[in-house]
Design a protein around this ligand. Sequence first.
Ligand code: SF4
Length: 633
Amino acid sequence: MTQINTPYPATAYLTGFLRERGIDAVQADPAIALVLKLFSRSGLEAMGQRLASRFGENSAPPPSVKSFQHQLPQYLRTVEPAIRFLQGRDPMLAYRICHENFLPTGPRFQALSQLDAQFGEAEGNGLAWAFGFLGLQDRAQHLASLYIDDIADAIREGIDERFELSRYAEKLALAASSFEPLQRSLQAAPTLVDHYLDEITRELIKTHQPTVVGLTVPFPGNVYGAFRIARVIKSEWPEIKIVLGGGYVNTELRDLRDPRVFDYIDYLTLDDGERPLLCILEQLSGQRKPEQLLRTQRREQGNLVWINDPTVHDIPFRDCGTPTYDGLPLNHYLSLCELLNPMHRLWSDGRWNKLTLAHGCYWKKCSFCDVSLDYIGRYEDLDAARIVDRMEKLIAETGQSGFHFVDEAAPPKTLAALAKEILKRGLTVTWWGNIRFEKTFSPELTSLLAASGCIAVSGGLEVASDRLLKLMEKGVTVEQVARVTHAFTQAGIMVHAYLMFGFPTQTLAETIDSLERVRQLFEAGCLQSAFWHRFACTIHSPVGRHPERYGITLLPLESTFAQNDIGFEDPSGVDHDSLHPGLKKALYNYMHGMGLEEDVRTWFDFPVPKAKVPRGLVRKALSLPSAKAGKFR
Ligand code: SF4
């Protein structure tokens, strides 16, 4: 339950690695299987029956449920064609989706009427503004996505309040100091969603008959699903060993103290999974002693034990092999187009081969980031020839030439070498990924990247204030970001900026000034997309480890299960949350080219200070000679 347009890469990485070591490994994605089971004719029929028994004649169901029940026959008739269309297997259906009352419409479609009202009276003008009069496929995709969202809303509001398309029961794992709520949910009567996930688990076990199952848990929204799968396996096939790992485990479960977790799993591994998993497999086949494992926790006689043999080392990044998608149903993923933001669209639309250019982050200094953890702190790069070999292998395997480089910050030197290698081999690829807005990204380099197939980059501008950027050791200034993002835009590469507010000591006036700088960056065409994140303090970041340097006091954290985010007191006393709606509203408008001439104070419902940033700050930065902007060699 992470993305339904493309598989999460962890299983592809581990399967590729294990197979290259001669181990018989298969992978499966129960999340896409679950979505397809729910969004099928039989799934909707089952939903209709459950809703009918829950909401009797005299009860008042929520609008999403009411609309679904009212149009159930139309939903049953259209759900499978709509899914086939979103899978890209029936593109001609776009004509019917756009030109007839083919799909039933629920509350999610109300936003379209608002767009129509904004862009002209005639029905469809709003979508024409968004997609042009010729963008038939895009329009149909957007309409079909709203249709899917309406059904998902009805599931959440009528069947299982924990359900979302890209996360399931997330709340149970978010800042979960105790395993108790998860445990209780796992033991409660199953919902329809649970029932389907249990069925999928049984089918997978019967098909593959594994001796060991690895479950990857990247985010809080995957935790409950993973334990649900583990629960079925443990109760029906207790001889199968279960290993839990992944991003959530690596960040949140480093100090796990509740032995009940091991009622469901046998091993928990931290950080990169390749070597720990290999050690477990060797131990299970008698080639390794139980004390010779790496970063692994297990339960022995009711107690938790931590095993970390200092003579065992991680597999070097260059030897981790090429990921493989073999076994995943690549043409069954759904390309949704829910938001009109072009960068969000890259995330949720289309299938991308995922690759990592380097292990960790070459900068590893930002004070809000988990730099003390291995996935950021251990940097190892790879030569361009080897990366392009892996790309060619993936293109041959999947038939698809789109790549998402999933590095936290792709190194500019590697990107430059990669672009040259792609061009040297005459490869046609399309790629995007995360970067830091380094001054190395000169107009020459951004043009080279564009020529090699780069279509978009995202990077952190964070608090958009030089004082705070320095405090957070981001290593960039606003003016530098302006020049770099401008160079990308000029090269035809879309730019998305991660923005942050609520950093320790940040004042209200500084947030307003940041918004003004962001406004100018949009106005000057440096940014096409952005998103505001509220600062969160994690225990693995420099702020969490040395709060006194940032003028804050941490609140006590008592936990026997997950630990990551930690509350703190900031003497500045600013109510940052009250600013969020205004910041969001401003960005939404800027991304659509609207409101750029307005004073930034107009986006807030209460008086805020006037921005003190000179109106021409960004324009001036862009007119400066770029001699010092770093030359690409
Ligand atoms: S925020 Fe990004 S650039 Fe900064 S240390 Fe973390 S991964 Fe590196």
